[in-house]
Design a protein around this ligand. Structure first.
Ligand SMILES: Nc1ncnc2c1ncn2[C@@H]1O[C@H](COP(=O)(O)OP(=O)(O)OP(=O)(O)O)[C@@H](O)[C@H]1O
Length: 203
C-alpha cells in the first residue's frame, strides 16, 4: 500500500477569522505536492495542521499505509535559525533524531551528503551562514528519514546557488521515497517540481 498523507475538509480559524475552509490535501510517497497562495492565505497554517502542530477548526489529517512512529513527519522551515537551538553545535542538531532513537549515525558522512564541510559541525548556528545551517537541517532530515517532509519556503533565505543545492537535496529525499509538501511563493519552482498544487487563493 502506498504511504499517503491525507488532509480532508481542513478549516483554519483564528478567533472569528476563517483563514481557509474545506481544504483537501493528498500527498503520496515519492511525490511532491505544492501549496501556493498570497501572503496570509494560510500556507504555513496548513503545514502546521498537517504536521500536527496546530489543530484544525474542522477536518481531519491521517497517514495511510505508514507505520506510525515518532519522526514520521519532518519539517524544514523558512528561517533555520528560528527552529534550531542556538546553544547546540551543528553536529548535535544533525544527530538529534539518532540520539532520540538511541542509534549510531555517521554524522561526518551525512555532512558529506549535504555538502556541509565537516569542519563546520562543531560550530554553533551563529557561526555559520543561513545556507550552511539549512544544509545542516536537511542533514538532520536525512538522519530522521521521515516518510513525509513538509517544507515551508525552504529556500527563501538562500542565495540562488544554495537554494538550488537545497532543492536538489530535498528532491533526493523524494527520490528515496518520501512524500513532500512544498510551500513556496515561487510559482515557477512549484510548477517545475510538483505533480499537484493546492492554491489557497483559488477557493
Ligand atoms: N497563532 C495565530 N493567531 C492568530 N492569527 C494567526 C496565527 N497564526 C497565523 N495567523 C493568521 O492567519 C493567517 C494565515 O497565516 P499564515 O502564516 O498561515 O499565512 P501564509 O500564507 O503562510 O503567509 P506568508 O506567505 O506571509 O508566510 C494570517 O492572517 C495570520 O495573521
Amino acid at each position: 500500500m502506498t504511504a499517503t498523507l491525507l488532509g480532508h475538509g481542513l478549516t483554519a480559524r483564528f478567533g472569528s477569522r476563517e483563514v481557509f475552509t474545506g481544504v483537501d490535501v493528498s500527498v503520496d510517497a515519492g511525490s511532491v505536492l505544492g501549496i501556493v497562495g498570497q501572503s496570509g492565505s494560510g500556507k504555513t497554517t496548513l503545514l502546521r495542521i498537517l504536521a500536527g502542530l496546530t489543530a484544525p477548526a474542522a477536518g481531519t489529517v491521517e497517514q495511510r499505509g505508514v507505520e506510525l512512529r515518532p519522526g514520521t513527519i519532518g519539517l524544514i522551515a523558512q528561517h533555520p535559525r528560528l527552529v534550531t537551538n542556538p546553544r547546540w553545535t551543528l553536529r548535535r542538531i544533525v544527530a538529534e533524531p539518532a540520539t532520540i532513537a538511541r542509534r549510531n549515525c555517521d554524522i561526518e558522512a551525512v555532512a558529506g551528503r549535504v555538502g556541509l564541510d565537516p569542519a563546520l559541525l562543531d560550530r554553533f548556528p551563529s557561526q555559520v551562514s543561513d545556507g550552511q545551517l539549512q544544509r545542516a537541517c536537511v542533514g538532520r532530515l536525512l538522519v530522521q528519514a521521515p516518510r513525509f517532509v513538509l517544507c515551508d519556503e525552504p529556500t527563501a533565505m538562500l542565495d540562488p546557488l544554495s537554494a538550488r543545492a537545497v532543492i536538489g537535496l530535498l528532491q533526493a529525499l523524494v527520490d528515496d521515497g518520501a512524500g513532500m509538501v512544498l510551500v513556496s511563493h515561487q510559482r515557477r519552482l512549484v510548477d517545475a517540481r510538483c505533480r499537484d498544487v493546492v492554491d489557497l487563493d483559488v477557493r
